[in-house]
Write a protein of this length. Structure first.
Lengths: 636, 328
C-alpha cells in the first residue's frame, strides 16, 4: 500500500478554476507589505511566495487584512502559549478535525509499505522569514548537526526505531528521505505533534554561526552572550522546542505566520509578533496570509488579572489558563461588556480524573493491597458516580472509566464502562471475601492488623474539582470501611514524590485519551512518568530494562503491543493492537475513572471570524494551532 | 572613631556575606525536586507534555545531578569573578535580567518611601498633638483600616473597580505605546500617571503603621519636663514641637531606614505580582517558585548586600539625628 498526498496542488488547481480576477493578476498582499514593496524595501509578493503556495481557508471564508489579535500570557513558562497561537510549523500537521495527518511545510509526503522510508517533497521557492530560501540543506543541518548530535542533546526516541536513530538523505534541493531501521508507522503523527518540529526548526544560514562545526570563532560569541558553552549559546539565540528562549530572539528566521518583534524574555511586559512577509500560505483568492497584522500579548503575572483583562474586553482570544469551570460564571456574566462569547474546546476522549493506585509500591504490604483486583473493583463500584457528577461536576459528563468516547473509532466498551454501577453491597462482599475484617470505628483491617488506610496525592491548583470528587469518593469508601486521606500538595512536590521517587500510595491525574497516533496511552500501558500506577515498570520500559523493575507478563505483553502499534502504518491494524492492549487493561482493571472528560471552553471576541465554534482541545493537537489562526480575520 | 567603626563593619560583612550565600543556596534547593521537575510540573498544569529524555538532558546540562557542595562552589566561584551564571528558565545572563528591572524597582520603592513619610509624619504629629479629638479618631480609624487590609487584596479590588466601573486598566507602569519607547519627557509623565496607584496601595499599610508609631512616640515625649520647661521659657509652640520632641520621636524611623534597602527588591512582591508591575519582585518570586537557582541566588545575594549597607547607613544617620548616641 502506498500513501500519497498532493493536497495543496489539487486545492490550488481548484482555486485557479474559481479564483478568477484575483489570481489572474497574481497574488495579493497586506497593504502594509504593499507599501514596502512600493518603497523598494521588500521584493514583490510573487517572489516572496513559493511557486505553489498552500491554499487554506476557514468556515467564514475569505477575509480582510488588518488588526491585532490580543491574547494574554502568564509571567513565566508560558512559551507554549505562543507556540499554540502560531502553531508548530512542522513538515506535516493535523487536519482541523484531528483525524488525518496532512502536508504542511512539505508539499507532499510518501511512505513506503512497511513504514521504514519517508520521503518529503518541499515547496519550490519557499523562504524563511528573512527571505533566504528554505531547502533540503536546512533539514540536513537540523537532523545531522543537532538532532543526531549527542553532544548537543540526546536524540529523542521519536527519531529512533528499535533503538537506532534515523538517517536522512538529500535527494535533491527539494526532496529529503528519512530512513528507519525498523517499521515506524506513527512517525508522521509524531512529526505533527508540537514536539516533532525539530527537523525544520532552525534556519541553517542563521543558526550555523552558533554551531562549533560551522564557526571557528564560537568562543568569542559564547563570551559575548555570557552563555557558558555552545549548547547554551545555541539555545539562547536559536531557541529550542519547549523553552522560552525560542521566542527571545527577534533576529531568528522562522517559517511561522508571525515573527517576534518584541521578544518573550525575563524582563518583558508584553510580546509582540508581526506578520511574516514571506509566509507560504494563501487563501482561495490568492491573498497571502496571515490576515491579522500583529499578535499582541500582554504578560499578566497571575490568572486573576488575566480574567480582569478579558472582562474589560482587552483580550481577543483565550482558552489556556482560564478554561476551568470556576471561571465560567464570571466570564459569562460579563459577556456583553467585554463583547466576547464562548467557544467549545471539546475533550478528545477519556476521563476528567483518573485514580492511580501504586501497583509498584515500595512497601510490599501496600503493594499487595493495591494489587488485589477485587479491592479496586470494590472501590470502583463502591462510589456513586451519578451523585458525584451531579454535585462536584455540575452534572457534566457520564460515568466513565477512561478511553475514547462512544463516537470515536477507538472506543472500547469494556475498558470504558465496566464496574460503573453503584453497588455498595457487592463492594462490601468483595472486601469481606478479601478477609479485611471491620475493626475499631468500622474501619477494616489489613492482614497485619493495621487499619486499611491510604493517601491520595492531588494537585489542588491543577483542577480544583479533583479535590471535590475525592472528598465525595472518600465518604463513600468510609462507609465500606476503607479510609482514604486526601493529600493536596504543590505541583513540583507532587511530581517529585510520584513520578520521580515513586513514594505515593495513590495519585490522581487527568485521563484525556483517544489512543490516536502521537498520543501516549499512559493509563493502559505504563510507558510514561504520568503512568503513576506503574512508575517502576515505566522506568524499566524507558531505560530498556536498565532501571526500574521488570513488569509482570501481562504488562510486558502490552508494551510489546504498544511498540507494534507504533510501528504499523495500517490504521486498522493499529486500532486492533490498541484494542488488544485495552483488552488486557480491562482484564487487569488497574486504574479508576470517574466521568467522561467535560468540554472546556474559551472566549473569543464577537467580530473575529474563522474561529471554529468547537474544536478539539489537546496538546498533541496544539489548540488552536491546527485551526489556522492565520486565516482568522476581523469583521469590523 | 566613626571611620574605624565603618571599616570594621565592612570587614565583618565579608564572612557574613559568604555564610548568607551558602544558606541562601541551601534554602533555594531545600524544596523537593529541582528546576527541571518544576518546569515539567508547570507545563503539565497548562496541559503540555515534555519528553522525559529531554528533562534528563536539561538536568545534566545544568549540573543539577551534581552534589550540593559542588554546585555551590561552582556558583560562588563564578560570582567572585563577576559571572552570576545564566537563568535556567530564560537562558539569559542573570545580571542582565536583574539590572533590567532594578531601575523601576528603585523608583517604586523610593516613591513609596517618600509618600509614606510625607503622609505619615505630619498626620502622626497632628493626631498626637490633637489627642482624643474627632480628627484623631478619624485618622486612627483610617490607620487601623490601612493596617488590617492586605496590600494585594486592595490592589485586586482597585483593579476590579477600575475595570468594571471605569473601563480602565490600572496594571503595569506604562501605557502600551510607551512600554518599549526610549526614555523621554512624555514617557516620564506616562510613568507618573501610572505609578501613583501602586505607590498609594503599597504605601497605605506602612503609612498607617508609621502614623501610629509617630503618634505613640510623640505622646511619650510631650509630657516630659523638658517640654514644660521650654514652654515656660516662652518658646513658640511650633518651634518647640519640631526642635525637641519630634526629633527624638524620629529615632525609630531612622533606625529602620536600613530595612528599606532590601525592600527595593523584595518589597510587596505579591502586590507587584497582582498588578503585573515590571519590577524585580515578581521575577524573584518566579525564580524561587521554579527553583531557577542562579537567578534566585543572585537576588538573595543582592538582598543580603542591601541589608548590610542599609543597616550601616541607619546606624550612621542615627548618630547625626540623636547626639546621645556615640560609637565605642
Amino acid at each position: 500500500m502506498r500513501t500519497r498526498y498532493r493536497v495543496s496542488a489539487t486545492a490550488l488547481a481548484a482555486a485557479l478554476c474559481w479564483g478568477g480576477p484575483a489570481l489572474a493578476s497574481g497574488w495579493a498582499e497586506a497593504p502594509s507589505l504593499a507599501e514596502q514593496v512600493e518603497a523598494g524595501t521588500l521584493p514583490p509578493v510573487a517572489e516572496r511566495l513559493p511557486a505553489a503556495p498552500e491554499v487554506v481557508g476557514g468556515p467564514h471564508g475569505v477575509g480582510r487584512y488588518g488588526g491585532d489579535l490580543r491574547f494574554g500570557l502568564r509571567g513565566s513558562s508560558d512559551h507554549n502559549h505562543i507556540l499554540r497561537m502560531v502553531s508548530p510549523q512542522g513538515l506535516v500537521r493535523w487536519d482541523p478535525d484531528y483525524t488525518t495527518v496532512i502536508p504542511n511545510l512539505a508539499e507532499s509526503f510518501e511512505a513506503n509499505e512497511d513504514a521504514t522510508v519517508f520521503t518529503f517533497t518541499l515547496r519550490e521557492g519557499m523562504r524563511w522569514s528573512d527571505g533566504e530560501p528554505f531547502t533540503a540543506d536546512d533539514i540536513l543541518f537540523n537532523v545531522n548537526d543537532l538532532l543526531l548530535n549527542e553532544e548537543f542533546a540526546p536524540t529523542p526516541t521519536r527519531y529512533q526505531a528499535e533503538g537506532e536513530p534515523m538517517t536522512v538523505e538529500k535527494i535533491d534541493d527539494l526532496t529529503v528521505r528519512f530512513t528507519f531501521a525498523a517499521p515506524y508507522g506513527d512517525f508522521l503523527a509524531e512529526l505533527s505533534s508540537p514536539l516533532g518540529q525539530h527537523p525544520v526548526l532552525y534556519a541553517k544560514h542563521y543558526c550555523m554561526q552558533f554551531h562549533p562545526d560551522h564557526n571557528d570563532d564560537i568562543d568569542q560569541l559564547i563570551a559575548e552572550f555570557g552563555a557558558g558553552d555552545w549548547r547554551n549559546l545555541f539555545q539562547q539565540q536559536c531557541g529550542d522546542i519547549e523553552i522560552p528562549s525560542r521566542w527571545g530572539n527577534p533576529d531568528r528566521p522562522t517559517l511561522d505566520p508571525w515573527v517576534v518583534t518584541e521578544p518573550y524574555t525575563g524582563g518583558a511586559t508584553r510580546v509582540v509578533m508581526e506578520r511574516n512577509p514571506f509566509f507560504w500560505q494563501v487563501d482561495e483568492e490568492g491573498n497571502q496570509l496571515p490576515y491579522i497584522d500583529r499578535l499582541f500579548a500582554p504578560i499578566a503575572q497571575d490568572v486573576e488579572s488575566l480574567i480582569l483583562q478579558i472582562i474589560g474586553g482587552r483580550i481577543d482570544y483565550a482558552q489556556r489558563h482560564i478554561d476551568g469551570p470556576a471561571n465560567r460564571p464570571v466570564l459569562a456574566q460579563n459577556r456583553e461588556e467585554g463583547d466576547y462569547d464562548f467557544f467549545e474546546a471539546r475533550a478528545v476522549g477519556g476521563t476528567n480524573m483518573v485514580l492511580n493506585f501504586n501497583l509498584t509500591h515500595k512497601d510490599p504490604e501496600m503493594r499487595a493491597l493495591f494489587s488485589e483486583r477485587d479491592f479496586r473493583v470494590a472501590l470502583s463500584i463502591g462510589m456513586d458516580r451519578e451523585e458525584i457528577i451531579e454535585t462536584a461536576l455540575l452534572g457534566q459528563g457520564e460515568p466513565w472509566q477512561g478511553g475514547p468516547f462512544r463516537d470515536h473509532p477507538n472506543f472500547h466498551e469494556r475498558r470504558s464502562t465496566q464496574y460503573l454501577e453503584f453497588d455498595p453491597n457487592e463492594a462490601n462482599r468483595l472486601l469481606d471475601e478479601l478477609g479485611f475484617e471491620r475493626g475499631a470505628e468500622g474501619i477494616r483491617q489489613m492482614e497485619n492488623g493495621q487499619p486499611l488506610r491510604f493517601t491520595i496525592d492531588v494537585i489542588p491548583t491543577l483542577y480544583p474539582e479533583h479535590v471535590d470528587i475525592l472528598e465525595m469518593a472518600s465518604q463513600y469508601w468510609a462507609e465500606l470501611g476503607v479510609r482514604a486521606d486526601i493529600n493536596p500538595m504543590e505541583r513540583t512536590f507532587f511530581y517529585e514524590r510520584t513520578s520521580n521517587a515513586n513514594d505515593h500510595d495513590a495519585a490522581v491525574w487527568v485521563g484525556n485519551a483517544a489512543w490516536v497516533p502521537g498520543e501516549i496511552p499512559q493509563q493502559i500501558v505504563p510507558v510514561h512518568h504520568d503512568s503513576r500506577w506503574g512508575i517502576a515498570w515505566s522506568r524499566w520500559y524507558n531505560t530498556g530494562g536498565a532501571q526500574g523493575e521488570e513488569p509482570p507478563e501481562h504488562v510486558q505483553e502490552r508494551m510489546r503491543l504498544y511498540d507494534l502499534a507504533k510501528a504499523t502504518v495500517d490504521a486498522d491494524q493499529r486500532r486492533a493492537y490498541m484494542h488488544q492492549i485495552a483488552d488486557i487493561a480491562a482484564d487487569q482493571f488497574e486504574v479508576l475513572g470517574i466521568a467522561t472528560a467535560p468540554p472546556r471552553f474559551g472566549i473569543v471576541q464577537n467580530d473575529l471570524r474563522n474561529v471554529p465554534d468547537s474544536k478539539p482541545s489537546s496538546w498533541y493537537y496544539p489548540t488552536p494551532g491546527p485551526t489556522l489562526p492565520q486565516v482568522w480575520w476581523w469583521d469590523r | 572613631m566613626l571611620l574605624g567603626y565603618i571599616f570594621w563593619r565592612l570587614v565583618w560583612s565579608v564572612p557574613f556575606f559568604f555564610a548568607a550565600s551558602l544558606i541562601a543556596f541551601a534554602l533555594i534547593q531545600a524544596p523537593p525536586g529541582d528546576f527541571v521537575t518544576s518546569f515539567a510540573a508547570t507545563l503539565a498544569q497548562s496541559g503540555d507534555v515534555v519528553d522525559e529524555q529531554r528533562l534528563e538532558a536539561l538536568r545534566e546540562r545544568y549540573g543539577l545531578d551534581r552534589p550540593f557542595l559542588t554546585q555551590y562552589l561552582l556558583w560562588i566561584s563564578g560570582v567572585m569573578r563577576g559571572d552570576f551564571g545564566i537563568s535556567f528558565e530564560w537562558q539569559q545572563p542573570v545580571s542582565q535580567l536583574i539590572w533590567e528591572r532594578m531601575g523601576l524597582s528603585v523608583a517604586l520603592a523610593l516613591g513609596t518611601l517618600m509618600f509614606t513619610w510625607a503622609v505619615a509624619l505630619p498626620l502622626g504629629i497632628y493626631s498626637a498633638v490633637r489627642k482624643y479629638t474627632v480628627s484623631d479618631y478619624v485618622l486612627t480609624t483610617v490607620g487601623f483600616f490601612g493596617l488590617a487590609m492586605p496590600n494585594f487584596l486592595l490592589a485586586l479590588v482597585m483593579m476590579y473597580v477600575a475595570v468594571v466601573f471605569f473601563g480602565a486598566d490600572v496594571s503595569g507602569l506604562f501605557s502600551e505605546e510607551y512600554q518599549r519607547a526610549p526614555w523621554s519627557w512624555a514617557k516620564f509623565v506616562d510613568l507618573l500617571k501610572h505609578i501613583w496607584l501602586p505607590i498609594a496601595i503599597l504605601g497605605l499599610s506602612s503609612t498607617a503603621s508609621l502614623m501610629r508609631i509617630m503618634r505613640a512616640n510623640l505622646l511619650d515625649e510631650l509630657n516630659k519636663p523638658y517640654v514644660t520647661t521650654a514652654r515656660a521659657k516662652g518658646v513658640s509652640e511650633f518651634r518647640l514641637l519640631m526642635k525637641y520632641p519630634v526629633r527624638i520621636a524620629l529615632n525609630p524611623f531612622v533606625s529602620t531606614i536600613g530595612w528599606a534597602f532590601p525592600q527595593l527588591i523584595s518589597g510587596a512582591v505579591i502586590t507587584a505580582f497582582v498588578l503585573s508591575l515590571p519590577t524585580a519582585g515578581p521575577l524573584l518570586l518566579q525564580a524561587l517558585l521554579s527553583q531557577d537557582m542562579f537567578l534566585a541566588g543572585a537576588f538573595i545575594l543582592l538582598l543580603c548586600c542591601l541589608s548590610i549597607i542599609g543597616m550601616l547607613v541607619s546606624d550612621i544617620l542615627l548618630a547625626f539625628v540623636d547626639p546621645r548616641i556615640r560609637y565605642r
